[in-house]
Design a protein around this ligand. Structure first.
Ligand code: FDA
Length: 453
């Protein structure tokens, strides 16, 4: 067994590295144990067929002030997503329309209903502290009703319902709108500043990081140096009032505090002695990942630009419900990024690879035309089969879970602090939230630790 250090961190994603960095800066001895052979967790840039692809998280928006601060501190540069020209929308009747600005080109009655729902969601989000959604005056009521039922109750324009649902269900929580509560939907909006922000792709998908967003964990890990150990899959944690022993194979690390910075779905892979209290175990069981397949499709040129298109496309009625120009900084080739979400992932995962590719490219051709059918490179990033995450983008609660388990979610258990972007308030499900949670867990240790440094 090793000598006791101050803090052991499990997980070298944005949360764990942000916690470790803050602790190291405060003079604490830290070791970070990461199961994978790389840092970054759900942030990963990799070269596929000669193209650098951001397989996980990639976008930065102006509300993500902690991420922007860290990018600045680490000296990482950003660039704007290509957005010149018209966007494309495919409506309920299958008709393709181009449009400029934020408002989708829908019939006047649908537009009116969408504006009313947007206003109502903005008002609810403004009344909520995203760190404490269970304290909102409407929390109990809205946590018992699904987002789909809530929308259907106040609107009879199906196309308006489908679009408003899309911006939270398919595009964010990656679950069908009947699978999470209206309260969880409002928290998603409040965590990004407002529902209007989620609808506005100019805002929410504003910038990318040159070289990829994995640059953040890579730069933090570089600062931490030898303190980060890769390929260490933690199996067991023994804990008491005075500290922890963390076990992975032959390695045992002894520390006075533990930061467990992994998604709630993978906490049960670790055996705790004694077991975690039932409140924590229940909370973890009621959080689950959505399903999303991120598509990376490269062409000889960004041909849509010549046709006056920005590359931004949406439709709740298409297999690929959203896609964007994702051409890398300084690259002459054109890359599209697209997403298939929730029940549509179930559908396509039943197809063999060739049939799936055909279905996906056909959906893209509905937006961009026939040229979309002949890419030079095609890649699907599938996070569902990752044992160390089990889905994307992040976890959310089932009906009633947020009010029932939320208040105890971030309570420490003896020397153990638990958190990830999945339990963030501001920046919920995003890297911004991961960095905030990491810093908060570190601050809690620094504030309660009596050891002199
Ligand atoms: P994360 O899961 O990244 O890290 C946990 C780490 O713990 C992992 O490295 C894992 O290997 C490790 N681990 C687990 N169990 C372990 C064990 N027993 N022992 C040791 N290590 C263990 N966000 C954003 O801001 N903008 C965006 O555009 C997107 N888009 C997006 C797309 C896709 C496809 C994905 C998958 C995700 C996004 N996100 C995003 C979300 C964002 O990437 C995510 O919220 C954060 O990166 C999560 O960081 P965490 O550190 O909290 O968890």
């Amino acid at each position: 067994m090793s000598d006791q250090i101050d803090v052991v961190v499990i997980g070298a994603g944005a949360t764990g590295l942000s916690a470790a960095h803050a602790l190291q800066q405060a003079g604490r001895s830290v070791v970070v144990l990461e199961a994978r052979e790389r840092v970054g967790g759900r942030l990963w840039t990799d070269e596929v067929d000669g193209v650098d692809l951001e397989l996980g998280g990639q976008w930065v928006s102006p509300d993500q002030t902690e991420l922007l601060r860290v990018l600045d501190e680490l000296g990482l540069e950003t660039f704007s997503r290509y957005r010149e020209g018209a966007s494309v929308y495919i409506g309920i009747s299958g008709e393709r329309r181009t449009f400029e600005g934020e408002q989708l080109p829908v019939p006047p009655a649908v537009e009116k209903a969408m504006v009313a729902l947007t206003d109502e969601l903005d008002e609810l989000a403004a009344q909520m502290d995203p760190d404490r959604p269970w304290d909102a005056p409407f929390a109990a009521e809205l946590d018992q009703v699904s987002f789909a039922a809530w929308l259907a109750d106040r609107c009879d324009e199906q196309e308006a319902i489908d679009n408003i649902a899309m911006f939270i269900a398919q595009a964010m929580l990656t679950k069908p709108a009947h699978a999470f509560s209206a309260l969880q939907a409002v928290q998603m909006a409040a965590s990004a500043g407002s529902f209007s922000h989620l609808v506005d792709s100019e805002f929410i998908l504003d910038k990318r990081v040159v070289g990829g967003l994995q640059g953040v964990p890579l730069a933090l890990a570089e600062r931490l140096g030898d303190a980060v150990r890769l390929g260490v899959d933690v199996e067991k944690v023994r804990w008491s009032g005075t500290g922890v022993e963390v076990v992975a194979g032959d390695l045992t690390v002894s520390a006075r505090h533990l930061v467990l910075a992994v998604p709630p779905t993978v906490v049960p892979r670790i055996r705790f002695e004694p077991p975690l209290p039932s409140a924590q175990r229940e909370a973890h069981q009621h959080q689950s990942f959505g399903l999303v397949t991120k598509l990376h499709i490269t062409y000889d040129t960004p041909f849509w630009r010549e046709a006056g298109l920005s590359g931004t496309v949406f439709s709740p009625y298409e297999l690929v419900h959203e896609a964007y120009d994702n051409t890398n900084h300084g690259d002459s080739r054109g890359t599209l990024v697209g997403f298939i979400s929730d029940e549509r992932v179930d559908e396509v995962s039943r197809l063999d690879a060739e049939a799936r590719r055909t279905a996906i490219l056909t959906s893209l051709a509905h937006y961009y035309g026939e040229q979309a059918l002949t890419p030079t490179s095609y890649y699907e990033s599938d996070w569902t089969s990752e044992e160390l995450g089990q889905g994307a983008y992040a976890t959310s609660f089932d009906l009633g879970g947020l009010t029932r388990f939320g208040p105890r979610l971030r309570e420490p258990v003896g020397p153990i602090q638990i958190g990830s972007s999945d339990v963030a308030g501001l920046g919920f499900q995003h890297v911004d939230g991961a960095l905030r949670v990491g810093a908060e867990l570190a601050q809690h240790i620094i504030a309660t630790d009596t050891r002199e440094v």
